[in-house]
Design a binder for this molecule. Structure first.
Ligand SMILES: Cc1cc2nc3c(=O)[nH]c(=O)nc-3n(C[C@H](O)[C@H](O)[C@H](O)COP(=O)(O)OP(=O)(O)OC[C@H]3O[C@@H](n4cnc5c(N)ncnc54)[C@H](O)[C@@H]3O)c2cc1C
Length: 491
């Protein structure tokens, strides 16, 4: 087989050779890509047909391809960008799972039922209950599955709306994205799954109600490729601001944290073959986005104990409430923005902060008063705010705003830091309607023969508000399921 072999530090060198946002490359730098071979398939090696075609090589697509291959099917991946990873590469806080072996090792008491309840509450009970049950019940085994492939998420933190630490991330507390994509890509290559980049799928082909393949443009050349099953893993549409505002006009003018390939192609193609779309107007804004760079400040910073203060230097909300609530609270403050405040000890617990600093996003002060002066807040008020917060941590109760998580450690080790943030478009909760077998459903709720979807391209799991850490759980669990079910179907 002719293939493009590039011996390199895959993520750092491939990403570095392209015009991508600093966030992509730095996520990789944070996590440290391992030395593997980037083995993209040469377009000349395209076969006329495959058992299963996966559209999109983010986390969901790669998980699906690995599972389909391991279940005995002949699977190929088409990715329209020159690199693999999509939004998954940008993910930071972690992957939620309950009753995992790593939680048990840390003595964290959790249950699938509690995870279910908190996910439903986070989505204001608009989530698809069956999908959420499937998600939580398979979350611990997904962590094990990743671990069995050398992707070990053994450090655990807390995200907003969760009452216990549940967000699994790499052992050193670094961002999950680069590490996860690196590991999945390594497993894709080890299995010699044909992987085409610059391969833009433009149509899903069907005949008599059954999927028969795809139309794909690979490096400028059109191809019709047959398949018995197709998996849509094209991600969301948070990078397509026209589609965002068409579905929710209130989001005009917001910045986006998404990668440029998050354009919603899979949803449009699915609809053309009769798929039902759900929750399309449910688009999440993330509370803490640096506005000049559209760079996400991970929820793990608040999960590890940071507070938010407004321009008056005061706290104004439970920082670890759900994202929709925290975003709205920030939007009601002066200038619709706030500062994330933390100390030196917290920096050591969240490696991603090194990246924020290297990008010039972090302001610093040797004392809290000096920090206040630097960011033009009232030093006395900010100092008082911190002192009240540290008392709350000591007492274990936040009388003012009812925060109960991420308050184990006080903010008292100089120097002190601040990052100016405001909400930004982050996640599209809506998408293709699927069942627990990851089959795509038509308007009559019947499965379209041979068509599967997983990850951000699908809708229903998160309802009207996604909990931080639940998207990576979604893409791995339903990606794996789409791969296994499609293989079962074709075999
Ligand atoms: C900055 C940031 C931080 C985040 N942090 C977290 C976190 O810590 N925890 C969490 O749970 N979630 C997080 N999320 C959300 C999460 O990363 C995404 O929801 C998830 O990674 C989506 O995975 P996916 O596989 O569905 O899509 P993606 O990873 O976006 O992959 C889809 C792929 O499909 C490709 N594609 C699209 N159209 C086509 C086409 N027509 N033909 C071929 N290929 C196509 C795209 O180029 C892309 O590579 C974060 C998101 C962002 C933006």
């Amino acid at each position: 087989m002719k293939s493009v072999l590039i011996m390199c530090l895959v993520l750092s060198s491939i990403v570095g050779s392209l015009t991508v946002s600093a966030q992509d490359s730095e996520t990789d730098a944070e996590t440290g890509a391992s030395e593997v071979t980037a083995d993209f398939t040469h377009p000349d090696d395209l076969a006329e047909s495959y058992d299963v075609i996966v559209i999109g090589a983010g986390g969901g697509g790669m998980a699906a391809a690995i599972a389909a291959k391991d279940a005995g099917s002949n699977v190929a991946i088409f990715e329209k960008m020159p690199i693999l990873g999509g939004n998954t590469l940008k993910s930071s806080a972690g992957m939620n799972a309950s009753e995992s072996k790593f939680q048990e090792a840390e003595g964290i008491e959790d249950s699938n039922e509690l995870f279910f309840e908190e996910t439903m509450a986070g989505g204001h009970d608009t989530n698809d209950e069956e999908l959420v049950h499937y998600l939580v019940d398979n979350s611990a085994s997904a962590i094990e599955w990743l671990d069995s492939m050398g992707i070990t998420l053994s450090s655990i933190t807390t995200t907003g709306g969760m009452s216990v630490p549940r967000a699994h991330r790499p052992e050193d507390g670094s961002a999950i994205g680069g590490y996860l994509v690196d590991g999945l890509q390594r497993n894709v290559f080890e299995r010699e799954i044909p992987t085409f980049v610059n391969a833009n799928v433009t149509e899903i082909l069907e005949e008599d109600g059954a999927v028969t393949g795809v139309q794909v443009n690979i490096e400028g050349n059109e191809h019709q490729v047959n398949a018995k099953a197709v998996i849509i893993a094209t991600g969301g549409f948070g990078g397509n601001l026209e589609m965002v505002t068409d579905n929710n006009p209130d989001l005009e003018g917001f910045v986006t944290t998404n990668h440029e390939g998050a354009t919603g192609d899979g949803l449009v193609m699915a609809q053309e073959v009769g798929a039902q779309l759900v929750d399309m107007d449910q688009i999440q804004i993330h509370p803490t986005v640096e506005q000049e760079t559209s760079y996400l400040i991970t929820e793990a910073v608040r999960g590890e104990g940071a507070i938010l203060v407004n321009k008056e230097g005061e706290r104004f909300f439970n920082e670890l409430d759900t994202r929709d609530a925290v975003s709205q609270a920030i939007l009601s403050q002066t200038d619709s923005s706030a500062y994330v405040i933390f100390d030196q000890a917290l920096r050591g617990r969240v490696k991603a902060i090194d990246q924020y600093e290297s990008m010039g996003l972090v302001k610093v002060g040797d004392t809290i008063e000096e920090l206040a002066t630097t960011i033009e807040l009232d030093p006395e008020v900010l100092s008082q705010t911190l002192s009240i917060w540290n008392d709350s941590v000591a007492n274990g109760t936040d009388d003012n705003f009812g925060r109960t998580t991420g308050m184990e450690i006080a903010l008292e080790e100089a120097p002190f830091y601040a990052i100016n943030i405001a909400p930004g478009i982050h996640h599209t909760m809506g998408g293709v309607k699927i069942n627990t077998n990851a089959q795509v459903l038509n308007e009559a709720d019947e499965a379209i023969t041979g068509l599967y979807a997983a990850g951000e391209a699908s809708g229903g799991v998160h309802g009207s508000n996604r909990i931080g850490g639940n998207a990576i759980a979604d893409i791995i669990i339903f990606g794996r399921q789409a791969g296994e079910q499609s293989a079962l179907f074709v075999n």
